[in-house]
Design a protein around this ligand. Structure first.
Ligand code: SAM
Length: 226
């Protein structure tokens, strides 16, 4: 029987030593959210290997270091409203919820997450329910490249699939003073972009590390069979 908490603690210590986890908020979230509840049951014992894992439908749950790195770049605060594009397993959404809407928060924020594959949205719903985050995360099935106007604008937007370019609707739905973290590039290699919208609406893009994500498929992403 694997001691999942000990395995999680060891992984978090390693990510801290590697300089990937830098803040108390991300450390606490990564220590709290049980990743073993977000992978298919037969992969549970691999949940604390720092690697992406298949979740079906040709998709993956991202590696813990990538989740930690993107969450650090988001610079989240309690009370924020965050849009995630690419729900997958629901794990990244739970990590964000743990920071913006911790249990018993007096000023809880929320997470809206969009997934294009209905079966994965169901998988995420099951995972978020059993891990205790479904009250703080709203799952939408649809094309996330269009954003989600009913809840806009957002303090933060995170895209967890590879975009050919920054989708225009997402830029429009970002609050002035807000930030988006998104992998942009070809289908075979991307860079994490940090996109800041200044209070006056100016867009500033900073290129971070190289990465490899599954493609973002949709109106402002890649075409399905391209
Ligand atoms: N954040 C996820 C997690 O924590 O498990 C991992 C996301 S996985 C790398 C990328 C996901 O983006 C896949 O589930 C894929 O179906 C989804 N996706 C791709 N294009 C999308 C789109 N236009 N709108 C919403 N989801 C999309």
């Amino acid at each position: 029987m694997t001691d999942y908490y000990m395995a999680r603690k060891r992984l978090v210590e390693r990510l801290k030593m590697e300089g990937i986890i830098r803040s108390k908020e991300v450390e606490r979230a990564m220590l709290t959210v049980p990743r073993e509840l977000f992978v298919p049951d037969h992969y549970r014992d691999y949940a604390y290997i720092d690697s992406p894992l298949p979740i079906g439908h040709g998709q993956t749950i991202s590696a813990p270091h990538m989740v930690a790195l993107m969450t650090e770049l988001l610079n989240l605060k309690e009370g924020m409203k965050v849009l995630e594009v690419g729900t997958g397993s629901g794990y990244q959404a739970a990590i964000i919820a743990e920071i913006v809407a911790p249990k018993n928060s007096r000023n809880p924020g929320k997470v809206i997450t969009i997934e294009r594959i209905p079966e994965l949205a169901e998988f995420a719903k099951r995972n978020l329910t059993r891990a205790g985050y479904i009250d703080r995360v709203k799952i939408i099935v649809g094309d996330g490249t269009l954003g989600y106007p009913p809840e806009a604008p957002y303090d933060r937007i995170i895209v967890t699939a590879a975009a050919p370019d920054i989708p225009k609707p997402l830029l429009e739905q970002l609050k002035p003073g807000g930030r988006m973290v998104i992998p942009v590039g070809s289908k075979y290699m991307q860079y994490i972009y940090v996109v800041d919208k200044t209070p006056s609406g100016k867009i500033i893009i900073t290129k971070d590390i190289p990465c490899l994500f599954v493609p973002l498929i949709g109106k402002y992403g890649w075409k399905e069979h391209s």
